[in-house]
Write a protein of this length. Structure first.
Length: 273
């Protein structure tokens, strides 16, 4: 079995995940666009700031009209519970509604199929994981940092690397940038953009993003792009002697034959290695 590389031949992926559909997401998305960095925004699609009000106060969300701002390249929209209720503290039908109503609203707003999520309050249990799985959701992010750059072992209980203001993050960013990994690595930073407003620390994320941006040894992708690529790489089927490999997925997977020698396994292709 050969090790996978990311689509650009890199072994490192970088992504962001920001919650609640807040007004300050616009500033973060503009920063991301200017640096070619991609990421995911998790939205509760029944919670908007009223039309005609200013984005002021502690936690300003977007108005419904302002959510048009999420329609830009490099941005994935994911569900976050339609009214942001704790998935572990509601009845089964309420849980189904929180997931499916949000999925349905966002799909209609953004003309897409929503396949990603973040747990409201970060809380989850086996029932919520199973309900998400049955709803066609491929990954769901918790808020429990794992301080690791390893690829996730369970995408429906996804643990981020760290919150943007975590004091351990700068060291992890340096490690991510300097190490030469044998296996795939992912740096996954999460938060809420009103925290930058509240804590007056936009410089923190500006520094991190400018530090990582523009590097050819990193794949910049949304959450679902990394998730789908990882799931596809893990779905490859090998012959008993490892000579042939079959890709049953819709995602092209790049494999490392030797250092500086990669082979692409196209969707549906069977190739000899
Ligand atoms: Zn939230």
């Amino acid at each position: 079995m050969l090790k996978a590389l990311f689509p650009n031949g890199a072994k490192k992926a970088f992504t962001l995940s920001y919650d609640d559909g807040c007004y300050d997401d616009i500033r973060l998305m503009e920063l991301m666009s200017s640096l070619n960095i991609k990421g995911t925004f998790n939205i509760s699609s029944e919670l908007y700031r009223p039309d005609g009000t200013e984005p002021e106060g502690y936690w300003p969300r977007m108005t419904r009209a302002e959510t048009e701002n999420y329609k830009r390249p490099g941005v994935e929209v994911a569900l976050h519970g339609v009214t942001h209720r704790d998935f572990t503290k509601i009845t089964g039908p309420e849980l189904v509604y929180e997931i499916m109503a949000d999925k349905h609203n966002l799909e209609n707003m953004f003309s897409t199929v929503i396949r990603g999520a973040a747990y409201p309050y970060g809380t989850f249990d086996d029932r919520s994981v199973e309900t998400l799985r049955q709803s066609g959701i491929k990954y769901c992010r918790t808020v429990w940092s794992d301080y690791s750059l390893n690829m996730p072992s369970d995408w429906l209980r996804l643990r981020p690397t760290a919150h943007h203001a975590d004091p351990k993050l700068p060291e992890l960013v340096d490690k991510f940038l300097t190490e030469t990994p044998r296996d795939l690595r992912m740096m996954y930073i999460w938060g809420h953009t009103p925290e930058f407003r509240r804590d007056k620390n936009w410089g923190l994320i500006e520094d991190i993003l400018s530090k990582v941006s523009g590097r050819e040894d990193i794949w910049f992708a949304t959450n679902i792009e990394i998730c789908e690529y990882d799931l596809a790489a893990k779905s490859l089927e090998y012959s008993a002697d490892g000579r042939f490999v079959y890709n049953p997925t819709a995602v092209k997977v790049l494999l490392e034959r030797r250092p500086d020698d990669a082979v692409a396994v196209e969707p549906g292709a069977l190739i000899e290695l």
